[in-house]
Write a protein that binds this ligand. Sequence first.
Ligand SMILES: NC(=O)C1=CN([C@@H]2O[C@H](COP(=O)(O)OP(=O)(O)OC[C@H]3O[C@@H](n4cnc5c(N)ncnc54)[C@H](O)[C@@H]3O)[C@@H](O)[C@H]2O)C=CC1
Ligand SMILES: O=C(O)[C@H]1O[C@H](OP(=O)(O)OP(=O)(O)OC[C@H]2O[C@@H](n3ccc(=O)[nH]c3=O)[C@H](O)[C@@H]2O)[C@H](O)[C@@H](O)[C@@H]1O
Length: 439
Amino acid sequence: MKNIAVIGTGYVGLVTGVALSEIGHSVICVDIDEQKVASMREGISPIYEPGLSELMKKNYEAGRLSFTTSHEMAFAGADAIYIAVGTPQKEDGTADLRFIESVARNIAEYLADYAVVVTKSTVPVGTNDYIKQYIEKHTDVPFDVVSNPEFLREGSAVHDTFNGDRIVIGSSTGLAASILKEINKPFGIPIFKTDIRSSEMIKYASNAFLATKISFVNEIAALCEKLGANVDDVAQGMGQDKRIGEKFLNAGIGYGGSCFPKDTSALVQIAGNVEHEFTLLKAVIEVNYKQQRLLIDKAREHFDSLRGKTIAMLGTAFKPNTDDMREAASTILARELVLAGANVVAYDPVAMEPARKLFPEAVDFVDSVESALDGADAAFLVTEWDEFKELTPAQYVSFLKEPVLFDGRNCYDLEKMKAAGIEYYSVGRPVVKVEKELV
Ligand SMILES: NC(=O)C1=CN([C@@H]2O[C@H](COP(=O)(O)OP(=O)(O)OC[C@H]3O[C@@H](n4cnc5c(N)ncnc54)[C@H](O)[C@@H]3O)[C@@H](O)[C@H]2O)C=CC1
Ligand SMILES: O=C(O)[C@H]1O[C@H](OP(=O)(O)OP(=O)(O)OC[C@H]2O[C@@H](n3ccc(=O)[nH]c3=O)[C@H](O)[C@@H]2O)[C@H](O)[C@@H](O)[C@@H]1O
C-alpha cells in the first residue's frame, strides 16, 4: 500500500484517485476548485461518469480516499504525486501548459520528502523534462519524474481504468519505474516500460491514430454515399481483418470531446516545431471539420431553406454516457441552425446544463425526447444515447410534423425506417426516400 496524492479531480484525476484507492492505496485528491472539493466531501461526484459516484463514496467512507484544497496537506507523506490537471488548447492549436506550470510550482514549494512525480496529463514531448528541471531548480528535496499517460475514455472511464490494454511507464530511473509498477500491480494490466519522451509520444500517437481511423472511415462513408455502398457493411468487412480491427470504424458526424481535437492539433504543432509538416494529420483534422457540419448540408439539400423550420436536436454531449460538451458537434450544429433561421429544440439525458452555456440563446431546451420531437419539422440525432436508439419508428412518425430524420450516428435499420415511411438520412448509407403519392 502506498500513499498517493492526485492533483486535479477532473475526468482523469478523480477516476485515477478513486481507482487507486479501490485497489488498496491511501489516496488524497487535491483541487483548487473549492466547490468541487466540497461536493466530493459530501459524496457527490462533480462529473457524470457511470459507476464513479458509488466507488468514490465506498472508498471515502472506508477512509482510503480524501479530498483537500491544500497541496501541502496532500503532499505530506506521499510516495507518489500524480499530476492530472488539464492541458487545453490555445488559440493557435498548441497545448496550454499553464496548469502544469502552476502544479510544478506547487510541488517545488511543498515537497517534503522523496516522491515520484507521475504525469498523467497529456503533455507535449519534452514537458516532463521541463517539470523535472523546474522542480530541481526550486527545491533540494529528491524526487523522480515519470510519464504515465492515460488512455481512459469518458463514459466508460471506470471500466477502462480496471480493464486497460496496457499501462505505459516512461522513466529514466529504475527506482521510480519499480515504484510505479508496484502501485499498478493490483490492476493486473500489462505494463509497457519505456523512456520518458517515447511515453509522451505514445499518448499523442495513439490519439492521433484513433482520430485517423475515424476520419478515414468518414471519407469512405462519403464515397459510399456517392457510389451506392453501405459504410456499416464496409467497416464490418474491413474490421474482420485483424490487422485493421473493427473498433473506431463507426462513421458519423466526426470526433469531438476534450482530447482528439486538441491532441491532434497539438501534435501538428509539435511536429511543426521540429520542421516536420504532418500532412496526414492535417487532413484528418480537415475531414473532421467537414464531418461535424454534415447534417446541416444534408438538411439544406432536403429543405429548400431552413428558415422557420423547427429542428429537434436529440443529444448534445460529444458522446453518450457523459455530460462533457467540450468540442461537441452539437455546439456547431446548434449555432449553424440558428444562423440559418431554424428553431432548435434540444434534449439530452444529462448534458443540458453545460449545453445551455454553450448554445445560442435562441435554442429551447426541453425535458424529454417526446417534447423535443413534438411538432418538429425534422430531427437531428446527434448523440447515440440508448434512450434514442430505443425509440421506435412509430414514435418519430407520431411526434414529428413530417417524418424526416437526419441521423448523425447511424442508429437505425434502413429497412425499418423505410417500412415506417420515414425520410431517413444517415451517414455513408443510402438515403431512405418516401414515395410521395401524386394527387
Ligand atoms: N478527459 C479525458 O477523457 C482524458 C484526459 N486526458 C488528459 O488528462 C488531463 C486532464 O484532463 P481532464 O481530467 O479532462 O481535465 P479537467 O479539466 O476535467 O480537470 C482538471 C482539474 O484540475 C484542477 N486543477 C487545475 N490546476 C490545479 C492545481 N494547480 N492544483 C490542483 N488542481 C488543479 C482543475 O480545477 C480541474 O478540476 C489532460 O491533459 C487531458 O488531455 C487523458 C486521457 C483521457
Ligand atoms: O485522451 C483522451 O482524452 C481519450 O480520448 C479518447 O476518449 P474519449 O474522447 O473520451 O472518447 P472516444 O470514445 O474515443 O470518442 C471520441 C469521439 O470520437 C467519436 N467516434 C469514436 C469512435 C468511432 O468509431 N467513431 C466516432 O465518431 C465519438 O463519437 C466521440 O465524439 C480515447 O478513446 C481515449 O483512449 C483517450 O484516453
